[in-house]
Design a protein around this ligand. Structure first.
Ligand code: AMP
Ligand code: MN
Ligand code: MN
Ligand code: MN
Length: 284
């Protein structure tokens, strides 16, 4: 289990806010040379059996995965879980509870958009959702692009869906310690996703990493589609400082929306302990 392995341990399917099925993703990962894969749908493990079967069918080793939204220091932070039992009751129930608030939030987002003349956005976004419980800002973004309000999804986020914009509704997600515990109790490893994305002050970031460790978190994404090469260097140092294993994942959502394809990121820097080394007995 070497750091140079082409592992891609972060991506999304139609089960959450991706546009491809688990089966098509597995084939795409395999075709791109992925040697170890995990599907990490937001707040849901409903695609895990399909992803595992598809990975097996093309001879690609697989780790179970999910990406849980948590609220920490009044910000949304994403925690990736890897290598857990996807049928563990505590995990499945915790995820069910945490995604419960998404429908109401989506209706409030729609009300906000209506005030600036964009009508029926909730109904529009629903057309892009597999499971209405998992409606996210991504689905609103797709609807606003399809209806010509914006030309691409980053523009929708910039103009309508980020803090201070008409379609933004703050939300209280799960607690950090709960998400880490659901994953750990189910036999898996909790990993801080794309740490450079949160815009924390150094003090807040230190608090996130130390509390995460205290609660039993063990990994951090160093190489991700969300990091520049400088950010990768910075979080490689953070991984060493906090004694965390390092993960690598594209965060692929869609062939037309994602800049980074499955399996095409730079390799992990060699001095780090890859998460897959610690999860060797969880690989299926
Ligand atoms: P939600 O969980 O509903 O807040 O939606 C978050 C999702 O929106 C993330 O998982 C990304 O897929 C997507 N997202 C967040 N920020 C952006 C952005 N600036 N541009 C495009 N997609 C984004
Ligand atoms: Mn997403
Ligand atoms: Mn994320
Ligand atoms: Mn993601």
């Amino acid at each position: 289990m070497k750091t140079y392995m082409n592992a891609d341990l972060h991506c999304h399917s139609v089960v959450s806010d991706g546009t491809l099925t688990p089966e098509v993703l597995a084939e795409r990962a395999k075709a791109n040379g992925v040697e170890l894969w995990a599907l990490t749908d937001h707040d849901e493990v409903g695609g895990q059996d399909r992803a595992l079967a598809a990975a097996r069918a093309c001879g690609m080793p697989y780790l179970t995965g999910t990406e849980i939204s948590v609220t920490f220091a009044n910000q949304t932070v994403h925690i990736v879980g890897l290598g857990f039992d996807a049928h563990h009751t505590g995990l499945v129930e915790g995820l069910r509870r945490t995604r419960g608030g998404r429908s109401e939030r989506a209706q409030e987002m729609s009300d906000g958009l209506a005030k600036v003349g964009i009508l029926n956005a909730y109904e529009g976004a629903l057309q892009y959702v597999g499971n209405p419980e998992l409606i996210s800002r991504t689905h609103f973004a797709r609807h606003l692009v399809e209806t010509g309000v914006c030309s691409d999804t980053p523009e929708v986020f910039r103009k309508f869906l980020t803090e201070g914009k008409p379609g933004y509704v703050p939300h209280r997600w799960a607690r950090l310690q709960d998400a880490v515990q659901w994953i750990t109790d189910a036999g898996g490893m909790a990993v801080i996703a794309h740490p450079a994305r949160y815009g924390f002050t150094p003090n807040e970031e230190y608090a996130l990493f130390s509390e995460f460790k205290t609660h039993g978190g063990r990994g951090v994404e160093v190489i991700t589609g969300s990091h520049s090469s400088q950010e990768a260097v910075r979080y490689a140092e953070t991984a060493l400082e906090f004694g965390l294993a390092a993960s690598r994942g594209s965060d692929f959502h869609s062939p037309t929306e994602s800049r980074i394809d499955l399996g095409t990121l730079p390799l992990l820097p060699g001095q780090l302990t890859p998460v897959w080394e610690l999860l060797a007995d969880r690989i299926q």
